[in-house]
Write a protein that binds this ligand. Structure first.
Ligand code: HBI
Length: 96
């Protein structure tokens, strides 16, 4: 069972993820990515999808043309967990 981060753990995690914004309902973090075109955006989504499947932890996301909005939250924990933080860092690494 994956645990929801405490208030303090959440604050520390966010300090380490400057590009991400805390959100409520669901409690999580979000970031907007903008690429040169749809092809670049979808290539990014493909890489993230492979990482998500490998981690068994999946984003909530929206794509239109060259924009990808990603929200990370852990449904099984009812909020932000370590898995969200780890996936956010992995996503930032492939975002370019
Ligand atoms: N992805 N974001 C997120 N949150 C979950 O709780 C989750 C998931 N992917 C797979 C998953 N849980 C499995 O462990 C099953 O609970 C579906």
């Amino acid at each position: 069972m994956i645990a929801r981060l405490t208030e303090e753990e959440r604050a520390l995690a966010l300090a380490d993820l400057p590009h991400w914004t805390p959100v409520d309902e669901p409690e999580g973090i979000c970031r907007r990515f903008t690429f040169t075109d749809f092809n670049a955006a979808f290539g990014f989504m493909t890489r993230v999808a492979i990482m998500a499947e490998k981690a068994d932890h999946h984003p909530e996301w929206f794509n239109v043309y060259n924009r990808v909005d990603i929200t990370l939250t852990t449904h099984d924990a009812g909020g932000l967990s370590r898995r969200d933080v780890d996936l956010a860092k992995a996503i930032d690494a492939v975002a370019g």
